[in-house]
Design a protein around this ligand. Structure first.
Ligand code: PFF
Length: 459
């Protein structure tokens, strides 16, 4: 309560806002997941559907989150409490908070893998390993009890360190350094990959449409990934929106962040597939693309030692600016709603989330954890780790649905207009189209995805 009287921390500059929000969006989702799901679902046919999801649903929901947050000047739960007092709308924020805890728990584990691979790259451990050995190395590593947890803890401490610095002097400051660094690395990797003889086969794999692979599952995956990739549906952009100054143009900011995220995903694909095909390697689908196939590629590539270090550093940096944004959702909640100091909120949330993640990591091999309350079906054969990933795939679209409905039906049009025009400081031409997207398009499409995921989940 008292915290509300204090001046809230906020982003200090336009570039800082873009760096922080794009830093949240650009993460393991772009560099690890987007390339392989694109490969699995037919290259550019999938990309076309993904771009439609980004433009028709992702962008309007990002703007919705920004405007909910900035209008309320509050965290993900507080924003709904302030704008719809005495109603259950705040549960949208609570759901987001739960999603943040779940996502950060496994995100920290995978990000820990990337740190381990930075270490392996620096110590030249991939050299002379046959593809099967690289596979065994990865499998052995992620199923081992201690090593992945040690790296997960290191990564979570880095995340904590940034968040402890605050919004302007922590999150914004590091994003302003790390995001240009990330862009530089990815451009170098693109130049390397695209100048390899035989790179064109990888380009056509990525961009030649194969509509036969474009199943219903592909469309659903495109939408689900749009949420994950743009950090939507769990209040991250509500929280960051609350730190955006009243002078900024929210529609323009949302557009810039969306474009940055999409461009980086495409560049990641253009760094990975041309290199993979240039060496005649069959791209593996799934997590192994980055952790097994790529070390094999680096082994054969001129300068592979350096490029392998750059690649895994890129992954770790991308992961860090995203994990910071997820932790901030939780920290802002406890600091503003529960009156806990930011420092205590950050430390205790990190401890709790790290313990949950460590347990998930153990279920990859050491602990055989079955969920007692799910009766039957495939899900029982999954470890807790995979189960958490599946669960978050459902929570984000559900959160996105409520956010869209809130802006579309609960907020008044005049308030929405007031927020996107900075109280009439400039005119925007998109309000009707935006409201149509959040009232009609997004809810219908999200409902389809949500029920499909739910039935897949329970079958
Ligand atoms: N957008 C991040 C990625 O693509 O890796 C992951 C993420 C961050 C998801 C923040 C959700 C979120 F709220």
């Amino acid at each position: 309560m008292e915290n509300n009287k204090l001046q809230r921390d906020s982003f200090g500059s336009k570039f800082g806002i873009i760096a922080a929000a794009a830093g949240s969006a650009i993460g393991l989702g772009n560099i690890w997941k987007f390339p392989y799901i694109t490969g699995v679902y037919g290259g550019s046919a999938f990309i076309i559907v993904y771009l439609l999801c980004i433009a028709g649903i992702g962008l309007p929901i990002m703007l919705s989150e920004f405007l909910i947050g900035r209008r309320a000047q509050a965290n993900a739960v507080g924003a709904f409490k302030k704008q719809a007092p005495g109603t259950p709308w705040f549960l949208t924020g609570t759901l987001g908070l739960a999603a943040a805890v779940i996502i950060l728990s496994f995100y920290g584990v995978v990000a820990g893998w990337t740190l381990d691979y930075v270490f392996r790259a620096i110590t030249n451990q991939f050299a002379n390993m046959a593809p099967a050995q690289l596979g065994d190395m990865f499998g052995g590593f992620i199923t081992s009890p201690v090593r992945p947890i040690v790296w997960q803890v290191v990564f979570m401490l880095l995340t904590l360190g940034v968040v402890l610095g605050g919004v302007k002097d922590g999150i914004e400051k590091y994003s302003k350094i790390l995001m240009p660094f990330l862009l530089g690395i990815i451009v170098i990797l693109n130049i390397r990959a695209l100048t390899l003889p035989g790179a064109s086969e990888g380009i056509s794999f990525l961009f030649k449409p194969d509509f036969s692979k474009l199943s219903a599952a592909a469309v659903l995956s495109a939408l689900g990934h749009a949420f994950f990739s743009l950090s939507l549906g769990m209040g991250t952009m509500i929280t960051y929106g609350s730190y955006i100054s009243k002078k900024e143009n929210l529609g323009k900011t949302a557009l810039q962040v969306t474009i940055a995220d999409t461009v980086i995903a495409l560049l990641a694909g253009l760094a990975i597939f041309p290199a993979v095909f240039a060496f005649g390697i069959e791209p593996s689908a799934g997590p192994g693309l980055v952790f097994i196939t790529l070390p094999n590629v680096f082994n054969q590539m001129p300068g592979g030692y350096i490029f392998s270090i750059l690649f895994f550093v890129l992954l770790a940096v991308a992961a860090l600016t995203s994990s910071v944004s997820i932790l901030e959702v939780v920290v802002a909640y406890f600091a503003e709603e529960k009156g806990v100091s930011r420092k205590a909120a950050a430390i205790w949330s990190t401890v709790a989330i790290t313990i949950l993640g460590a347990f998930e990591s153990l279920t990859n091999g050491t602990v055989n954890f079955k969920l007692p309350f799910l009766k039957s079906g495939e899900i029982l054969s999954l470890g807790f780790f995979d189960w958490m990933i599946e669960l978050s795939d459902m929570m984000l679209p559900l959160g996105g649905l409520f956010i869209a409905l809130f802006v579309g039906y609960k907020m008044l049009r005049k308030d929405v207009e007031d927020e996107v025009t900075n109280s009439g400081a400039f005119k925007v031409g998109y309000v009707s189209a935006f409201l149509f997207a959040v009232k009609v398009i997004a809810p219908i499409l999200i409902a389809i995805v949500f029920f499909n995921n739910l039935f897949g989940f329970l079958k």
